[in-house]
Design a protein around this ligand. Structure first.
Ligand code: M6R
Length: 616
């Protein structure tokens, strides 16, 4: 749950580290720190509890001595609360060695008592300081930082990325990873390490992905990667497809506001290059036809918003592939005894590609003989690297903790996957497939219209509702996961009670929650799809209205049936029913953001949450 950066090269490292940390802050933001080897070969370190701005201000008033080798860390506390002492870096070998860490070292207590027995004193409650002390102890024996890493990593259990530097070796940063991300950025006469490419994309778009259980040493001249036993390994090179400006706020009040505005683009970019003469052909799946033609089950695993994208995807996958589909929360899947076979396709969905619950579920599915396909938004991330196939979403970097543009891109990718697999299996009528493609291609323009015509009104509504203490969301069929997503966003951003229900479930219990003034958002299906379903949802609205609910309906343009029943109607453009989720979710994203802003809350970094949940 932390962000990590390392730099070696000719430039002063402090600014590079701070800029990289500000792009990594979405990974954790309860404390931050940097260490730099200065021109005289001394190691300077500063770390502060609080957001990165606290460290930045501190360094501005009392800067560290300049230096061209450095490491930086932005933390999300796991072992030990967010204090100055627990912030990273942690020092060892008489403060000559600095270490930063992402992850959890599960056997740290046992290792710590061994070190305490040897007389080592600790200054924090972290597991990281234990790793630092162990690396320091090994370094003292050999004077070789890479060898010290090699000796220590085999004793650490759990998940970790570790970076270290020692004042005896200016121009060298060493890193290791197990179950936690680390990528290399290749510059001209300078090199970088980062939790993800956002750390260094401002300086280079050339990157190398470090594999599981590998150690890397970077110097200004080069990069060496070995496995934990010291054998050299081949690393996979890739080009980052977005630039630094894509990760900047660019004049918006928040990253979330910017990212909601990018929802049309996220869908358009995810479609790009995957439709040829009206047919969906995903180039990344070339060579998989025989397998896809033979699958007898699809299981979608994900967490949070990504799981809701999976729930929407189930409707499309079953309709267009005629293969049975289950959707399961990754952390639930992981600890049961599932029935999987080599004919099962397990599709994971993850924006970050680093969610530990999803990663572990993917590994578990593979160990049980299933083939895995990752839908992911982050190049070089761990989940795609651990999967048999990858379909990237191209939403661009998502920085705000609340997932928005990645959600619409995930639904887009799963629809593309459904049409691709349906074509390969001959399960989807080619005319139906062409109509679906036409609908999908029209989605970006329709989302843009929702933003244009409804955003200001929704923000106003959110402002009026700033004191609301509870909001309910109802949806049916593909609208049901959208109701869940609307509720999750509101909890996450505005810290108020919010629940999503399947509209048909109302009479089985939730209707008891309705009392005068209770706001309820209802996602209304198009009357042009199933007239029956539309009628039922309109009756649901009437039922709750009769009990005093304040109904805010999200309905397609021209649907007059909702007018007498609803207090407010937010309009979305006409679309085939399968594509409505991509439009209906937009007002809900705007509403949650608007309500949080009206309450004066930090919409980009809500309390208690991190963007990427890299612990189980
Ligand atoms: O990076 P991932 O897509 O794997 O993240 C999964 C969830 O943690 C994430 O969607 C979370 O629910 C969001 N903060 C919701 O807005």
């Amino acid at each position: 749950m932390c962000g990590i950066i390392g730099y070696v090269g000719p430039r002063q490292s402090q600014d590079i580290l701070l800029a990289g940390l500000s792009r990594l802050e979405y990974r954790g933001y309860d404390s931050a720190g940097i260490a730099v080897i200065d021109g005289d070969g001394g190691l300077g370190m500063r770390k502060r509890a609080g957001k990165l701005a606290v460290l930045r201000d501190d360094l501005a008033s009392t800067p560290l001595a300049d230096g061209t080798t450095g490491i930086g860390h932005t933390r999300w506390a796991t072992h030990g609360g967010p204090t100055d002492a627990n912030a990273h870096p942690h020092l060892a070998d008489d403060d000559k060695l600095a270490v930063i860490h992402n992850g959890i070292i599960e056997n740290f207590a046992e290792l710590k008592s061994e070190l305490v027995g040897e007389g080592v004193a600790f200054h924090s409650e972290t597991d990281t300081e234990v790793a630092a002390a162990m690396i320091g102890r090994e370094y003292v024996r050999t004077g070789d930082l890479v060898a010290a890493f090699r000796a220590v990593v085999s004793r650490l259990e759990g998940a970790y990325t570790l970076l270290a530097m020692h004042e005896d070796h200016p121009g060298l940063v060493v890193g290791a990873r197990r179950n936690s991300p680390l990528v290399i950025g290749l510059g001209e006469g300078e090199n970088f390490l980062g939790s993800d490419v956002a750390a260094f994309v401002e300086h280079t778009r050339k990157a190398l992905a470090i594999g599981q259980d590998e150690i890397v040493a970077i110097t200004p001249e080069g990069v060496e990667v070995t496995d934990f036993s010291g054998a050299p390994v081949e690393v996979e090179a890739f080009e980052v497809t977005w630039d630094a400006s894509a990760a900047e706020k660019g004049g918006w009040s928040s990253f979330m506001a910017k990212e909601v505005s990018e929802e049309p683009e996220a869908v358009a970019n995810t479609i790009r290059g995957r439709i040829h003469e009206g047919r969906v052909e995903i180039p990344e799946l070339d060579g998989m036809d025989a397998f896809l033609a033979d699958i007898d089950r699809i299981l979608v695993i994900a967490c949070g918003t990504a799981a809701y994208a999976g729930m929407v995807g189930k409707y499309a996958l079953e309709t267009w592939t005629r293969v049975p589909v289950d959707v399961e929360l990754a952390h639930e899947f992981r600890y049961r005894d599932p029935v999987l076979s080599p004919r099962t396709l397990v599709v994971s969905i993850s924006q970050s590609g680093e969610t530990m619950d999803t990663l572990m579920a993917v590994k578990y599915a593979r160990s049980r003989g299933a083939k895995t396909l990752s839908i992911c938004n982050t190049q070089g991330a761990t989940i795609p690297r651990e999967s048999d196939a990858i379909v990237y979403t191209h939403a661009g970097p998502e920085v705000a903790v609340a997932s928005t543009k990645a959600f619409v891109a995930q639904i887009t990718a799963i629809y593309l996957l459904a049409l691709h697999v349906g074509r390969v299996r001959g399960a989807v009528d080619p005319v139906v497939a062409v109509e679906a493609v036409t609908e999908l291609e029209a989605v970006p323009g329709k989302i843009a219209r929702v933003l244009e015509t409804e955003q200001a009104r929704i923000e106003q509504l959110a402002h009026w509702m700033a004191d609301t203490r509870s909001v309910l969301f109802l949806g049916r069929n593909v609208g049901y996961p959208i109701a869940l997503e609307g509720a999750l966003k509101l909890k996450e951003l505005a810290y108020i009670h919010a629940e999503g229900f399947a509209a048909g479930e109302l009479k089985h219990g939730p209707i008891a929650l309705i009392e005068p003034g209770q706001p309820v958002f209802v996602v209304v299906p198009s009357p042009r799809g199933s007239a029956e379903m539309h009628k039922k949802v309109v009756s649901n609205i009437e039922e709750i209205r009769a009990r005093g609910a304040r109904v805010i309906a999200i309905a397609e343009e021209g649907d007059a049936a909702v007018l007498p029943a609803a207090d407010e109607v937010l309009r979305i453009p006409l679309a085939a029913p399968m594509f409505e989720p991509l439009l209906a979710v937009v007002p809900l994203h705007i509403f949650a953001m608007g309500l949080a802003e009206a309450k004066g809350l930090d919409v980009d970094q809500p309390r208690n949450l991190a963007k990427s949940v890299t612990v189980e």
